[in-house]
Design a binder for this molecule. Structure first.
Ligand code: PMP
Ligand code: GLU
Length: 395
């Protein structure tokens, strides 16, 4: 707490993913051997054709402010992508390009929430949904789903969480952190509840869309009766390994897109112009061009699940997408290891960092305090060595 700072920032929590990544970086700089499995960041390089598009954009002297909501030809590429991959029809006036999907989400919270509005978060949920909602005056309402139900909520639990104050629901499928993928039937069952409450806006975060090992990706907005009240969020950070290039986008009902455009115009303006040009080329290429990354993630998932199964006290579901495992490690609560008492997932993650040199993230940040999140967007050798060290530290 610093009284010189606003209540807003004093009350805000630091992003646990970024905090753990910063801590791991700091320890590495001190010469410690740390394996970073905390950040959801693909370790692949950006596909050559995307890099070339960025170089070409610089050569063509792209340098000035772009339209706030993105270049017209990028919006066209996004519209084509939405139709091709998701069977969604959007007009240019329904698309807004932002500085990462994180900004897309922050825009949405700012333009949709009033003080006291409730935001439904099927838990576990991505770390920033709660604070992004709080910053805009919203109240996060968790709908807990445990490992026994593959971390997916039921229609009954969804309906029970709805109140007259519910304004919005945010979820990701494939899910960060659990890797769960809602099937078409499961999403339809949730939609059957939501259609009874037409004032609730659904934010469907589909940033892991392509990192899906079970096949079908389903967009909530593809259900005709949900289209008018669903915002589809996506971006190029995960599928194209473009995390640092900061491009995200939405397809939304026009009035919401217009409001995001207005909000963004006062806060950041259009996203980076070179990255926007490169994104056109990334999206114009078929998803088959990035299949090699998905195949590699699938192999790594198999590897990490096998290695985790050999460590006592880790209870893990089989993630169907994204690149995380979210094991329940509550077996260790109340135990003392190497003189350190483990009472929480945070204690456990700190133990792994200090005693095994492996950075993970506490599940508390994702709304499940029995779990930790391990990212397997890392090389096979790092995954093997990390699991070896964890097993040794716990034995
Ligand atoms: N949503 C989810 C579920 C994420 O994991 C992330 C993390 N990158 C984001 C949104 C934000 O992505 P971006 O890099 O586009 O801001
Ligand atoms: N989304 C990634 C993660 O969950 C990147 C970090 C972040 O943006 O919080 O690790």
């Amino acid at each position: 707490m610093n009284p010189k700072l606003s209540r807003r920032v004093n009350e805000m929590t630091t992003s646990a993913t970024l905090a753990m990544a910063a801590k791991a970086r700091e320890l590495k700089e001190q010469g410690k051997n740390i394996i970073g499995l905390s950040l959801g960041e693909p370790d692949f390089t950006i596909p050559e054709f995307v890099k070339e598009a960025a170089i070409e954009a610089i050569k063509q002297d792209y340098h000035s402010y772009s339209p706030v909501d993105g270049y017209g030809d990028l919006k066209k590429a996004i519209i084509t992508k939405f139709k091709r991959d998701n069977n969604l029809d959007y007009k240019p006036s329904q698309i807004v390009v932002s500085t990462g999907a994180k900004q897309s989400l922050a825009n949405l919270a700012q333009v949709l929430l009033n003080e006291g509005d409730e935001v439904l978060l099927p838990a576990p949920y991505w770390v920033s949904y709660a604070d992004i909602s709080l910053l805009s005056g919203g109240i996060p309402v968790e709908i807990p789903a445990k490992i026994e139900t593959d971390f997916k909520i039921t229609p009954e639990a969804l309906e029970a969480a709805i109140t007259p104050k519910t304004k919005m629901m945010i979820y990701s499928s494939p899910c960060n952190p659990s890797g769960s993928v809602y099937s078409k039937e499961e999403l339809r069952a949730l939609a059957d509840v939501l259609v009874k409450y037409p004032d609730i806006i659904v934010v469907s975060d589909e940033i892991y869309e392509h990192i899906n090992f079970v096949g079908e990706h389903v967009s909530m907005a593809a259900f005709e009766d949900m289209y008018d009240r669903t915002v589809t969020v996506n971006g190029v950070s995960k599928a194209y390994s473009m995390t640092g290039w900061r491009i995200g986008y939405i397809g939304a009902p026009e009035y919401i897109a217009k409001a995001c455009n207005k909000m963004q115009g006062q806060i950041t303006s259009g996203a980076n112009c070179i990255a926007q040009r490169a994104t056109i080329v990334a999206l114009e290429n078929p998803p088959s061009k990035i299949q090699y990354m998905i195949d590699a993630f699938k192999e790594r998932r198999k590897l990490i699940l096998e290695l985790l199964a050999a460590i006592p006290g880790f209870k893990t579901n089989e993630p169907e997408g994204a690149f995380y495992v979210f094991p329940d490690i509550s077996y260790y609560f109340g135990k003392t290891l190497k003189g350190k008492t483990i009472n929480t997932a945070e204690d456990f993650a700190m133990f792994l960092l200090e005693e095994a040199g492996v950075a993970t993230v506490t599940g508390e940040a994702f709304g499940d305090d029995n779990c930790i999140r391990i990212s397997y967007a890392a090389s096979e050798s790092d995954i093997k060595e990390a699991m070896r060290r964890i097993k040794e530290a716990l034995s």
